[in-house]
Design a protein around this ligand. Structure first.
Ligand code: FAD
Length: 435
């Protein structure tokens, strides 16, 4: 149920739908809900695009938002992705375009955000990642990790000052948790904040592998103040030269269509009012990461679905041995069957997380379970489907190699899969195995 304050932007999401025809995939999925009610006993035709009929679970509003997102991604993002990936270049205008459609911080209510359901936001991330995980990463960091953090932990004044500009994509955010010496173990971070006599703080330290950092207007930096982790909104325009540097990390082998960089802080000044007032310790960064991990659980299945659709089409076109299409061979069919099963299960699990999240019934371990499983299965499935393309898989024009390289990163960031296994193991046994 969308609250009234959001109706206006959520309608705007639907009305700003580009006038271009919807991609055929979305059209075909829509027919699920549009058809006449079938007899409950009659076997229904199997739809390979939506094997377990996720579409039947979605509200009209969610279907409409899905259409908007799929349409934008297929018509506006897909044509740019090959050049972006080749040149390791992220078009800053993408965030403004997403903002104008209401796709940024979409679950937040007020401050110009759409206030849509968690399931709707999952459908958006799935649509974006169907094109590229890097595009989804840029959006997720802005939406879940920075806007989500400000919405959850910020003061009213911080929300007023930052959220609406970020929702429009006028201001870009990044989330600085990982450090050169501390990734899976962020509690050992070395970045420090020192309180100044005249008020405010000065931050020093380095963060690495930070999505969006080179173009960020505001860096959410997690640093220790008197030994306790706190969140600070570091505004680039308020930092004198030499106190804040955000050099890009180049020559990546995955996620090349997103920008990644470092954050170097050398006594960077942060005014008093830019610290999150109440949240302390790892609860701060982990609460934002939970939302982003929820988005990843949907997103990676979008990437896998793209691999399935492309491998299916290729296997029907490509002929080997007596003019038979590859699709005629059992080993090829098994690869498609395995990947489709994982995608369908993954979507239903992500949908369940979304419903529970909206109802406030979500345990963080549930997110660990689905983020881990969906990332692992998407990487494995994409990698297997890559084989269907033979030598052509090496050409970026077939897209599958790009997804495989990206999916390695999604399995690694926001808690590498083995770390999520340890989180689950701790929840199952009550015994901590991290150290
Ligand atoms: C493209 C990209 C974008 C990113 N964006 C961001 C961002 O925006 N913000 C941010 O803060 N970070 C970001 N990251 C960082 C990412 O979250 C970290 O890379 C990740 O948390 C893993 O940390 P690490 O690389 O230091 O690996 P390490 O912690 O060194 O781990 C290396 C390996 O050891 C394993 N391992 C570690 N500890 C244990 C243990 N106790 N038991 C068993 N195995 C263990 C891990 O599972 C992993 O397989 C990004 C990374 C990439 C590659």
């Amino acid at each position: 149920m969308i609250r009234p304050i959001c109706r206006h932007v959520s309608r705007q999401l639907a009305s700003k739908r580009p006038s271009i025809p919807l991609p055929s995939l979305t059209n075909s999925l829509r027919t699920y809900s549009a058809g006449a009610a079938p007899s409950s006993l009659a076997p229904q035709p199997f739809k390979w695009e939506d094997p377990l009929a996720l579409q039947t679970l979605l509200t009209e509003e969610e279907l409409s938002i899905q259409e908007t997102a799929e349409s934008y991604c297929q018509e506006r993002l897909l044509p740019r992705v090959l050049d972006a990936y080749r040149d390791e270049n992220y078009d800053r205008a993408i965030l403004t375009e997403m903002g104008s459609l209401g796709l940024l911080g979409s679950t937040i209510t007020g401050h110009g955000c759409a206030g849509v359901s968690q399931v709707a936001s999952g459908l958006i991330t799935r649509a974006v990642e169907r094109v590229d995980s890097g595009y989804r990463s840029g959006m997720s960091v802005q939406s879940s990790l920075v806007m989500g953090a400000i919405s959850e932990h910020g003061t009213e004044e911080q929300k007023e000052r930052f959220l609406s500009k970020m929702a429009k994509g006028e201001s870009v955010g990044c989330f600085g948790l990982t450090e050169p010496n501390h990734g899976s173990d962020p509690g050992s971070m070395e970045t420090v904040a020192v309180k100044q006599e005249g008020g405010g703080y000065k931050l020093s330290g380095s963060k690495t592998w930070i999505t969006n950092s080179p173009i960020s207007d505001v860096c959410l930096v997690w640093a220790k103040l008197d030994g306790v982790i706190r969140g600070f909104l570091v505004e680039r325009e308020r930092c004198p030269p030499g106190t804040l540097e955000t050099p890009p990390i180049k020559h990546k082998t995955g996620l090349r269509a997103s920008l990644t960089g470092m954050i170097h802080l050398d006594n960077a000044p942060v005014p008093e009012e830019n610290m999150f007032p109440d949240v302390t310790g790892l609860r701060g960064p982990f609460s934002c990461l939970n939302s982003a991990r929820y988005g990843i659980a949907w997103g990676v299945i979008g990437a896998l679905e793209d691999c399935i659709a492309r491998a299916r089409e290729y296997s029907l076109d490509r002929k080997q041995f007596k003019g038979n299409p590859l699709a005629k061979y059992q080993l090829i069919q098994k690869k498609l069957a395995d990947a489709s099963t994982d995608a369908a299960y993954g979507l239903l699990a992500a949908y369940q997380l979304g419903k529970l999240k909206d109802e406030g019934k979500l345990a963080p371990e549930m997110i660990s379970m689905v983020k881990r499983q969906n990332c692992d299965r998407a990487l494995e499935g994409a990698r297997k489907l890559q084989e269907v393309f033979g030598g052509n898989a090496v050409s970026d024009e077939y897209h599958v190699g790009r997804h495989v390289a990206n999916l390695f990163v999604t399995q690694t960031y926001e808690g590498q899969s083995d770390i999520h296994a340890l989180i689950l193991g701790r929840a199952i046994t009550g015994v901590q195995a991290f150290v």
